[in-house]
Design a protein around this ligand. Structure first.
Ligand code: GCB
Length: 589
């Protein structure tokens, strides 16, 4: 017997989140290129739900009346709530939401009519950080991770009129990936698009294609994963290469190796082919480039040729849109990077939108993609590991066919403890197992007492990333030269970060912190060191392309921005160090 009245039940609830966490949506990526999709973007109704009352009181059940027809008072009014844009980061939409951390409940209605499809899915491009989804009063599942896509099947759940509710929570938590402390802004919201996919009973869930490593660029490997069938035949066509091959499917899987000599993709000639896969009446179509990336001794080889990565790091951010950057903003970033003579961009510190890799494929830019295993993750927690691994799998499965992506990074600057080594070495193995055609890296550590690259994770990565701030956090610049001299990593090393802060337009002497002149001075020292750098130095990536929002940076000059950008936050002002990098990269190109 209940001690309290029905309406009071929820106020005594503790652990109300557990049942939602019991059904996690994991690694649900569906190959969706070339598919017709219907967008659920636009204006959704929303409420700020600081106390998670939606989840406690189960608003999604929409109970308005008692059994004998009497009306209950309810604490929500879905269709008359205010409205907010999807996709967007809520922080950029309203003053009162700028620093909000917690739950926002989103809802909208949509109509649905069956047009002959057997199955229906909803794709969420990304929603930060925890998303609990309800459709037509049913709890559909919970997704963790703010930057990778997830799909839910709504076959049989959709009706003529439908309501979808998503409770999105961006609370920073110790157990999350990233954890509660990062050097970037904690955006929240449904910041990438929401779409409906109508599919046949058996459909192409996954499709992977690449040049066969070691085949001297003469063979292409392709594999497909079919959802909803055991055996049959899929078909792969690449008209420009005269490929028209059958892929036999057994146990829902099939693969094929084909002799082919494609024109290779590279930064200057980003050749893409039209590739089509069909399975019964399901079709996907993608534009795909073929290239080989590998390590040989201390070198990185692109299509067999040694390449020096002329990089730059970038957060996914614009002043106007926060993390929800637009296609035009992505194109501008690449245009500016090319102007600086870059051939490589580190997409820090979490998966950027899938459009970033698609556009990089098209314009010619090599990429490092990363999951937010950043700083002091709760490495001993198996649930935290599952979350990190799931984000890695969702990222790899999303971007496997992007020629531009050459490196998967499993993390950044984590203390070299036993639990961290177990956690992150396992991630490197997962990355390699899921994708043996790319390089795996991480931003590893320098031992500052011995001035040497020393990190047990180095044994597990193909390319060692090193973040160093000599001339800035470590003001004695000469120590970098000692690090170079004392280290013998026997692998390629990328300086995955170096830099110094400068207020856009602030001038002074090279000794004055936060001036463009001081930043330039640090960059000149770095560049001089790189020019005579060790043979294992295979690339450099200044931190960072443009100033970005950062709650930790409260110095009046910083103004809650990390000011290490080569560009101002709106990307319009080029700091002096931009030109120094441009010149250096021009010389070594
Ligand atoms: C780092 C971090 C990066 C920070 C940067 C800084 O080493 O990897 O996320 O923003 O330093 O500016 O301190």
């Amino acid at each position: 017997m209940k001690k309290t009245g029905e309406f009071q039940e929820s106020i005594h609830l503790v652990g109300y989140e557990e049942k939602y966490r019991a059904k996690l949506i994991k690694n649900s990526v569906i190959a969706d290129f070339g598919r017709e999709k219907e967008s659920l973007d636009g204006y959704w109704n929303y409420a700020i739900d600081q106390y998670d009352t939606c989840l406690r009181q189960k608003w999604f059940e929409e109970v308005y009346e008692s059994e004998n027809g009497l009306e209950y008072p309810v604490d929500f009014s879905f269709d008359t709530w205010e409205r907010i844009k999807v996709p967007s980061c809520w922080n950029t939409q309203e003053e009162r939401l700028h620093l909000y951390e917690g739950t926002i409940v989103y809802t909208r209605r949509f109509k649905y009519k069956n047009h002959g499809e057997d199955r229906v899915f909803i794709k969420f491009g990304a929603s930060s950080y925890q998303s609990i989804v309800f459709v037509n009063k049913q709890f559909m599942g919970t997704h963790l991770g703010g930057d990778t896509p997830f799909f839910i099947e709504v076959t049989g759940v959709l009706q003529k009129d439908n309501r979808i509710i998503v409770a999105v929570n961006n609370t920073r938590r110790r157990t999350n990936v990233p954890c509660e402390n990062t050097d970037w802004f904690n955006y929240g919201g449904m910041h990438r698009g929401v779409e409906i996919l109508r599919l046949p009973k058996s459909f192409i869930q996954g499709f992977k294609i690449n040049l066969q490593p070691g085949s001297e660029y003469k063979k292409i490997d392709a594999s497909v994963l079919i959802n909803g069938c055991d055996s049959g035949t899929a078909k792969l066509t690449i008209p420009e290469l005269n490929i028209d091959a059958n892929i036999p499917i057994n146990d829902g899987k099939g693969s094929v190796s084909i002799e082919a000599v494609p024109k290779l993709w590279d930064v200057d000639n980003p050749k893409l082919y039209d590739v089509q896969v069909t399975y019964e009446n399901d079709i996907i179509a993608e534009k795909i480039g073929f290239r080989e990336i590998k390590v040989s001794g201390e070198d990185i080889l692109l299509n067999g040729k040694k390449v020096f990565l002329r990089g730059v790091c970038a957060h996914e951010e614009s002043v106007e849109n926060g993390r929800a950057i637009t296609e035009d903003e992505i194109r501008t970033n690449y245009k500016l990077a090319k102007e600086m003579n870059c051939n490589f961009m580190r997409l820090a510190h979490y998966p950027h939108t899938e459009k970033a890799a698609q556009i990089a494929d098209e314009v010619g830019m090599m990429l490092w993609e990363e999951i937010p295993v950043y700083w002091a993750i709760e490495f001993g927690n198996p649930l935290t590991y599952d979350d990190a691994e799931n984000q890695l799998l969702e990222l790899i499965n999303r971007d496997y066919n992007r020629a531009s992506v050459i490196i998967w990074s499993v993390g950044n600057e984590n203390e070299d403890t036993d639990s961290r080594l177990a956690f992150m070495s396992k991630l490197t193995k997962t990355a390699k197992y899921t994708d043996s055609t790319r390089l795996v890296s991480a931003a590893c550590l320098i031992d500052m007492s011995q001035h040497k690259i020393m990190d047990r994770l180095c044994d597990y990565v193909d390319v060692i990333g090193i973040n160093e701030y000599f001339g800035w956090y470590n003001p004695d610049f000469s120590e970098l030269l000692q690090v170079f001299e004392n280290s013998d990593p026997k692998k390629p090393v990328i300086i995955s970060e170096f830099g110094a802060c400068a207020m856009p337009g602030m001038r002074g002497t090279k000794d004055e912190l936060f001036t463009e002149d001081k930043q330039l001075h640090v960059f000149r020292q770095q560049i001089d060191a790189f020019k005579i750098g060790p043979s294992y130095l295979s690339g450099v990536c200044p931190w960072i392309f443009f100033d970005f929002r950062c709650p930790r940076r409260t110095n009046v000059l910083q103004g809650y921005y990390n000011r290490k950008g080569l560009l101002s936050p709106n990307k319009k002002h080029k700091k002096l160090a931009f030109y120094a990098m441009q010149e250096f990269y021009r010389e070594i190109n």
